[in-house]
Design a protein around this ligand. Structure first.
Ligand code: UDP
Length: 396
């Protein structure tokens, strides 16, 4: 039996798809010590892993104004912060191997510094050299990234320079964007893979992974009957958008649908003056269970949300915010399971018409149901496959 340290970015989307695999490793007798922020203690402890709260100053990842360069800068600052305050704790655990999610650069740095074998788990598409080279959206980002990298090199106080002086780690732009290990597991179906990833054989698509399907909850599921159910959520990172929720109420209030809206922990529900009778609004809902009751999902196109909807065969109205979500939305449209709109220009009229179209044209629902055969089947064993791959790689 071995001992592993898991390191994650503090984000529900980055942690949720890993939990079933952690529980599977624990079931097989592995000792798992999981570093994350206090917010995630409860869900991590459900797997049987030992939770360790991160020390340090930066505890929140956020994409502000969809600015990916600021996001990369935040990840670099967090990398220095988390190494400064947690590396000794990780060393003291004396792990045999380290597992980190693909955005967790400090996980990769810690593995290098402690000379540990490491695996990267991806909750979204891998960013690879070929995907950067072949994606138009990625190419548009590149000049800004290069300017940022050059400025970082010159600034004596940049996170990149501090990483070099304190730890001898020299990250170049490729490390920052790709963050690859010898084994990289991707938690979605191969069907979601844009063809440009075909050549990269270190990436293994194990399938979607849900951990909270059976979660006991006080949500009133029994009220969701007799009418079509529409569920709207912008996930956990982009949810602070009251204008969007007002728009949903304007478009779908007093309609023939029941509408459930998850607005996130940062939004005060009492600010909505008049909530239509057909709306149920919560700051958070048990989404992995709720999708089993839903006819249409209005989503920001986060990879987990899309995986979960396709496991249940729910068609989607996709409102992507940034480059990764745009690629995911394009793929779902190609699969025939949804329509994509620009959230920045969305009007209540367009929203109402699109919802109606998605619910009245049965082809969307039929395509989503057909994909659920594949996604649902893969989901049953993705955690077993992931645990097998991790242990095989580590033993090698
Ligand atoms: N989620 C949830 N309840 C909510 C909203 C979201 O359980 O009210 C979960 C959802 O099931 C998914 C994750 O949070 O597993 C969101 O991940 P995703 O990749 O879709 O988006 P992100 O939040 O990372 O942008």
């Amino acid at each position: 039996m071995g001992k592993a340290v898991f390191c994650n970015i503090p984000a529900h989307g980055g942690i949720n798809p890993l939990l079933a695999t952690v529980a599977e490793l624990v079931r097989r007798g592995e000792e798992i010590v999981y570093f994350a922020t206090e917010e995630f203690r409860e869900k991590i402890e459900k797997t049987g892993a030992l939770f360790r709260p991160y020390k340090g100053k930066i505890d929140k990842v956020e994409v502000i104004n969809n600015d990916m360069i600021k996001f990369v800068d935040l990840l670099l600052e967090m990398t220095v912060d988390k190494l400064d305050h947690n590396l000794d704790d990780i060393r003291r655990e004396e792990p045999d191997y380290l597992v980190h999610d693909s955005m967790c650069m400090w996980g990769k740095c810690a593995a290098t510094l402690l000379d540990l074998p490491a695996v990267s788990l991806m909750h979204t598409y891998p960013t690879t050299e070929t995907s950067m080279a072949l994606s138009f959206d990625a190419l548009r980002l590149l000049p800004g990234m290069i300017r940022y990298a050059v400025a970082s090199r010159r600034d004596p106080n940049s996170a990149e320079r501090r990483l070099k002086s304190s730890y001898g780690i020299d990250l170049d732009l490729r490390d920052i964007l790709v963050n690859r290990q010898g084994l990289n597991l991707v938690f979605t179906s191969k069907c979601m893979e844009p063809k440009i990833y075909d050549s990269e054989d270190t990436y293994c698509f194990v399938g979607p992974s849900l951990f909270f399907r059976e979660d006991a909850s006080t949500f009133p599921f029994s009220d969701l009957s007799g009418r079509k159910v529409v569920y709207a959520s912008l996930g956990t990172v982009h949810s602070d958008n009251p204008r969007f929720y007002e728009l949903c109420m304007e478009a779908l209030g007093e309609s023939e649908y029941l509408v459930v809206m998850s607005v996130g922990r940062g939004v005060d529900i009492s600010q909505f003056a008049e909530v239509p009778e057909n709306f149920t609004i919560r700051r958070s809902v048990p989404q992995q269970k709720l999708l089993g009751f839903v006819d249409l999902f209005i989503t920001h196109s986060g990879m987990n949300s899309v995986n979960e909807a396709l496991c249940y065969g729910v068609p989607m109205l996709l409102l992507p915010h940034h480059i990764e979500q745009k690629a995911i939305a394009r793929r779902v449209v190609r699969l025939g399971a949804g329509l994509s709109l620009k959230i920045e220009k969305l009007t209540s009229d367009e929203l109402r018409r699109s919802v109606k179209r998605l619910l009245s044209d049965s082809r969307f629902g039929q395509r989503a149901k057909a994909w659920s055969e594949i996604f649902g089947e893969e989901e049953k064993t993705s955690h077993i496959r992931a645990a097998d791959e991790i242990l095989r790689f580590i033993q090698r």
